[in-house]
Design a binder for this molecule. Structure first.
Ligand SMILES: NC(=O)c1ccc[n+]([C@@H]2O[C@H](COP(=O)([O-])OP(=O)(O)OC[C@H]3O[C@@H](n4cnc5c(N)ncnc54)[C@H](O)[C@@H]3O)[C@@H](O)[C@H]2O)c1
Length: 269
């Protein structure tokens, strides 16, 4: 299908390098006819990779630390100026835990870092929508998608305080989804993605082993970043106008599989 996002204006956060899920979403959104602004934390700009993506997509870059209301406010104001109207879709693809980065075990969390994890990885979604709400920046029927992980529902020992961040993120999806749906028919959903080899993903201890575990359990195998991008595009499109306040698993069937024959074979005596 072509031109699914023709005429739509968007904001895409979180493209750090070509392995980022947001990078693939940007490429797919461009291919489907959307115009959008790219954003990331000022510190991520220094790596310079995002400029290549911006050139390929004909996009402008507006830096914003997603924890700063002022910077987010500037992001939504500038994006509407650059794109020439209200915003039809927003991708929240942001996650970071200082506890994970510093290998601090879950039972000994540093609470300042914990607060930072929640602010960057979850509260930032609330802040984005709150800024958009105040500026009346989202068009009627617009779509907001945040990326999540199944550790919001189940215990994954290595996922540390990011588990709480994802649980909070998904709760914000429901709560703000209600209010924004009532206000302006804006849809808010999270996509709960398979383990994916990206900078954030690979930062999790034991990632490769877990990647293989999930791949062995899922009937379709792990979902790639590219297929996640395709799913996000459908969520931004008019084909999903009535889907809101959902956590949507995009995981090759992992979340509803008890065990696979391949996984059992590894334990056969
Ligand atoms: N990789 C996986 O296995 C996986 C699985 C499920 C969900 N996710 C989620 O997908 C999303 C994207 O992650 P990714 O895997 O593409 O990794 P990534 O490292 O490419 O993306 C994370 C992004 O968050 C940005 N970021 C961090 N702090 C920020 C701040 N203060 N303000 C603005 N941006 C900030 C980073 O610069 C980076 O671009 C995250 O929410 C992640 O939790 C990833």
């Amino acid at each position: 299908m072509n031109d699914l996002l023709k005429g739509k204006r968007g904001i895409i956060s979180g493209a750090l390098d070509s392995s980022s899920i947001a990078w693939k979403v940007a490429e797919r959104a461009h291919a489907q006819g959307a115009k959008f602004v790219l954003t990331n934390a000022p510190i991520a700009m220094r790596m310079g990779e995002i400029k290549k993506l911006a050139e390929a997509c004909g996009s402008e870059i507006v830096p914003a630390d997603a924890t700063s209301m002022d910077e987010l406010s500037n992001l939504f104001t500038k994006s509407q100026e650059v794109l020439g109207g209200k915003i039809d879709f927003v991708l929240h693809s942001i996650g970071m835990s200082p506890n994970v980065r510093k290998n601090i075990p879950y039972s000994e969390l540093n609470y300042d870092f914990y607060a930072k994890s929640l602010d960057v990885s979850a509260m930032s979604l609330h802040k984005m929508m709150s800024v958009a709400w105040k500026q009346d920046a989202l068009s009627a029927g617009g779509s907001v998608v945040a990326l999540s992980y199944i550790a919001a529902q189940r215990a994954y020992p290595f996922y540390n305080d990011m588990a709480e961040a994802k649980a909070m993120l998904e709760s914000i999806v429901r709560s703000f989804g209600y209010h924004y749906g009532k206000k302006n028919k804006v849809r808010v959903n999270s996509v709960s993605q398979s383990p994916t080899r990206t900078t954030a993903g690979s930062g999790i201890k034991g990632f490769d082993d877990f990647f293989n575990f999930a791949d062995t359990l899922s009937p379709l195998g792990n979902a790639s970043a590219e297929s996640c991008a395709d799913y996000c595009i459908t969520m931004f499109s008019d084909l999903t106008r009535m889907v809101t306040m959902q956590n949507l698993y995009h995981d090759g069937g992992y979340s509803t599989t008890g065990v696979s024959m391949e996984a059992m074979a590894k334990f056969s005596a």
